[in-house]
Unconditional design. Structure first.
Length: 117
């Protein structure tokens, strides 16, 4: 099984799943490798393509959840919140919003991983 944060909500993909292409939100992708073990990955959004025997995720950033750095994510969140509170041009505001969403998604992935262990 593969669990991913699709744009309309989390999806679960079982073996021989019907074909699907959809956008992903930033968040935690979990892969059930068997024996009750889940591998966790963080993706910064992207696209997931599902074929009956293959799942492909295209993302700008993909990290193993163990490689996430909580202090860096907290600092990025703080910077994005500061940028949002100041008067910005529309492009800078949108960029700050995207950075904030990315930082919050990383922190959620870290929290989810902590609950697992």
């Amino acid at each position: 099984m593969v669990y991913a944060p699709a744009i309309l909500g989390e999806i679960g993909i079982a073996p021989r799943h019907s074909q699907l292409i959809t956008r992903l939100n930033p968040g935690d992708v979990r892969v059930d490798v068997g024996g009750g073990q889940l591998e966790h990955f963080y993706v910064s959004g992207g696209i997931i393509e599902v074929q009956p025997h293959v799942v492909t995720i295209l993302a700008d950033t993909a990290l193993r959840a163990h490689d996430l750095d909580e202090s860096k994510a907290l600092e990025a969140k703080r910077r994005a919140e500061e940028a949002l509170s100041s008067k910005l041009a529309q492009y800078e505001y949108a960029k700050a919003q995207a950075e904030l969403l990315d930082a919050v998604a990383q922190l959620r992935a870290i929290e989810r991983l902590r609950k697992k262990y």
